[in-house]
Design a protein around this ligand. Structure first.
Ligand code: GDP
Length: 319
């Protein structure tokens, strides 16, 4: 049975990826740092858990040497742009520097075993910063404008460096992807939770930093499917993972209220500078043609379906 190590398994993408890989018959291992009560998502049953810390390269190497995986998928890191502004050093270490530890350990394992060890990195659209090129492609200049984007850019470049050295090192350049498992630090889940509370009468107002930012929002399980296709490809490469359709935060708010039958919502939403970013890309929009044509990927859910699934889930949680 092929074995895989997934970092970041307790996050949105890690939980979906673990379910998918177990279903596909992989022997799934995870490197996990936190105490169990701090998990965003429970570790999926059937996953072998190894204690380790991205800040401790020896712990990463020890697990990689012990498991001898065929594949490593790195989803771990500070995943929120907002958090990266308050913790830029931690972001650099965890989202950036730790990738050098993982790649070096993967390379050394490949040398020791004399067989390929594959590596897939979750890169991010944030690396493109305020790109004026729309939509962005794999050839768009990398010019980050947040500590998170800069850390992801470093990791992305290093993946290319190791690919040049002879490791199957690939990256998925992920645009925003959402689901009921998204933490509320992200604007989508924040909106769907608050709209559900307003619908139930336990809240009267949704406070947001900005309504005009435009993002290319997709369905997280589709992005996990892209990760699997990229891991299985004949050749390691970089692929944009995006729907190719952008919407504003205002559109998301309107769709969320529409999903609960509220058409007049303007008086329920207010701007609050506490939630505005120091610098923010006005539009992120990705061109995933390469992924679609090379690996046969396509998104399965529309923007409206993603929003409705999240709102429905949040209504159910409120009972
Ligand atoms: P990101 O694109 O990875 O930073 O994902 P987010 O979901 O955190 O943010 C998406 C967009 O929504 C960004 O342009 C944010 O500036 C914008 N936004 C507007 N109001 C808010 C808010 O109250 N919270 C968050 N997290 N983002 C907001």
């Amino acid at each position: 049975m092929a074995s895989v190590i997934v970092t970041g398994i307790t996050g949105q993408d890690g939980s979906y990826l673990a379910e998918r890989l177990l279903g596909d018959g992989w022997d799934v291992h995870a490197i996990v740092r936190e105490e169990p009560h701090r998990f965003e998502q429970e570790v999926v049953a059937g996953v072998s858990v190894h204690r380790g810390d991205l800040l401790d390269s020896e712990s990463l190497r020890a697990t990689i040497d012990e498991v001898e995986p065929d594949l490593i998928v790195n989803l771990a890191g500070i995943s929120s742009v907002a958090q990266s502004w308050s913790q830029p050093e931690l972001t650099a270490r965890v989202t950036g520097f730790a990738v050098s530890s993982l790649l070096a350990a993967a390379w050394d394992l490949q040398e020791r075993l004399g067989r390929p060890v594959r590596f897939v990195q979750a890169s991010s659209s944030e690396m493109f910063g305020a790109a004026t090129e729309l939509p962005q492609t794999e050839r768009t200049a990398i010019a980050p404008i947040s500590p998170y984007g800069a850390a992801k850019a470093y990791a992305h470049h290093l993946v290319g460096v190791y690919r040049g050295r002879g490791l199957f090192a690939a990256s998925a350049i992920l645009y925003n992807h959402e689901s009921p498992r998204r933490p509320e630090t992200f604007v989508t889940r924040k909106i769907t939770q608050e709209v559900a509370r307003i619908k139930k009468g336990t809240s009267t107002e949704l406070l947001l930093g900005n309504l005009d930012a435009r993002r290319d929002w997709g369905w997280a399980p589709d992005y996990v499917d892209a990760l699997v296709r990229i891991a299985r490809a004949d050749v390691a490469d970089d692929f944009i993972v995006a729907t190719g359709v952008d919407h504003s935060v205002r559109d998301f708010v309107a769709a969320a209220f529409a999903a609960v039958g509220i058409s007049e919502w303007e008086h329920l939403v207010a701007l609050d500078p506490r939630f505005a970013r120091p610098v923010d890309a006005p539009v992120m929009l990705g061109d995933s043609s390469k992924l679609r044509s090379t690996l046969g990927w396509s998104p399965t859910r529309s923007f409206e379906q993603v929003v409705a699934a999240m709102v429905t889930h949040d209504l159910e949680l409120l009972g």
